[in-house]
Design a protein around this ligand. Sequence first.
Ligand code: FMN
Length: 239
Amino acid sequence: MNTIDMLTAHTSVRQYTDKPVSLQDRTRILEAAFAASSSCFLQLVSIVRVTDAALRQTLFEASGSQPQVLSAPEFWVFCADYHRDQLVCENADLGWTEQLVTASLDVGICAQNAMAALESLGLGGCFIGGIRNHIEDVDQALGLPQNVVPLLGLAFGHPAYFNEVKPRLPQSVTVMENRYAEPEAAALADYDRVTGEYFASRRRNPRKETWSAGVEGTLKKERRPFVLDFLHSKGFALK
Ligand SMILES: Cc1cc2nc3c(=O)[nH]c(=O)nc-3n(C[C@H](O)[C@H](O)[C@H](O)COP(=O)(O)O)c2cc1C
């Protein structure tokens, strides 16, 4: 499959066979992940591979008991890491909010490289932002030092089930030329129709749902209000 066909066929995979991911595949995925661009070449990402069963159970509970956190042959935690850079620059001026943005971008880009790499090897994965449900527990369980925070989990393995590809927003509302353009209400309404059909007709877990109903369900609720204090306690976003 060519790269673009592979990327556009992406679906999150949440069920895996028992077959382990080979060392060779893991090595290739890590090489691809760390080949990603890095802001100012600071290389602000660390990945903690969680192999210890008790630790995996802790992360499962911290993530809101998402089954794939326990069942995936591989579970990696992507961390924003200024600790390593501080070791080589003792007087680093850390704590800027911009530095959190920078590291979050490095983490996201690195993690997506890992996802693309594992999919290219016929594996399937699912990001787990749920680790931030109890971010402090994850932080402690992984023994992360000051200036390192866990941002994203990645569960992956050999796929046991593929979801149908989820239709994305039309480019008429996500792509603009020169200036910001308000989305056409008709395009959003049509996308609700498309996603409504997707959710109603998919083989597993069909339900009456639309994209905008999902947005409403997510954005009307308080969102991990403890994260700011946690970030401050780790030395992030202080100024
Ligand atoms: C940063 C991030 C965090 C995510 N966290 C979770 C998660 O905790 N649990 C989960 O099942 N899926 C999670 N996902 C997967 C999204 O739900 C999924 O990408 C989205 O519904 C689109 O579906 P698709 O990936 O199958 O196309 C996450 C995705 C991203 C990018």
